[in-house]
Design a binder for this molecule. Sequence first.
Ligand code: F3S
Length: 388
Amino acid sequence: MYLTSEEERIYDGEYGWARQASMKILVRLGDLFGATQLEPIESAHISGVSYKTMGDASLDFLNALASEGGKTQVISTLNPAGFDPEYLANRFPEEYREKQLRIIDLYETMGIQPTLTCTPYYLRKPQLSGHLAWAESSAVVYANSILGSWTNREGSPSSLAAALVGKVPNYGMHQAENRQPSLLIKVEANLANKTEFGALGIYAGKLLKDRIPIFGGLSNYVNDDLKQLAAGLASSGMTSMFYYSVPCEKGGLETVSVETKDIKDTVEGLSTASEVPDLIFIGCPHCSLNELQSIAETVEGGKVKRGIELWVCTPRHLKQKAANYVNIIEKAGGHVLCDTCAIVTWIKNLGVNTMMTNSAKAAYYAPTLNEVSVTLAPLSKCVEAACH
Ligand code: F3S
């Protein structure tokens, strides 16, 4: 991979160990995947924030980078952490709290904004065709497909390395020829809600692996539906983007159809619980303003039942902006949480054994990452189960 003389100097350690270590990660990746050079990026979004999913070895690496003077060169944001400071923080052991706060503090020392959300595009929309180094896979698929950004599915170390160098190796989704669709998915099913858009993503992700699809035949959708589709695709497969909003007929491409039964089977297959839920979780990925509004409208006038918790997760700036919707949800006994989600916090420690959610992504991960059984159902059913 070609490096400019400035990049060579970073590689040789003239700008300190933190940038040198970061540059070595990027060059290693670039050589492995056939990059020709480094590409300047507009922003980095870094995963590996929750102490639950990180562990101590990653904490040591962060500590080394921060104490060696690592500083981000571009706008950089963080994925959700293991708890929010208001509702959950005091329900976990002191050690978890201390280590989680230490992780966030180390990122901040390096100049990374503690946004703690998986929907960073609500805070700041990237420029059309801007190159990014984003690590949250649902946000990557959303950014490539809906926002017109160019980003690979970065991991936690590579997104951080890209932030500290301000560049990424230009392989994969940074090349126009790798952004071409190779499969037409004819959606014959009439998708009735966001849960079914997410289920379409889970179903398609499994058959696509890393291929890029065109979804033909989608109708009456909003970006929040596509967000669920992106999150589902990113969970069950390695796809980095999809095309949509084209008619069903598109010549020359291998074609598969998705029927109503496929979606129904996928939703049922992700529902492993037979018990009443302890926790109802809405907001995977983190809610938009419109979603907060529709949750408030659905919950209004109800009261969350004793023994059930209702969590709605959203970015902090949207919680502040949507004070009226937040009041309605909290008046009904729900909790609007920022900085975290049910998957990256320790719900088992809170006594949760059964979770209900409207998110196919959350339903896909919770049985393994949280060891809970799950019911996947649309928002209206979730609220029905939560409230009197
Ligand atoms: Fe976000 Fe947590 Fe879902 S990080 S995408 S709400 S699993």
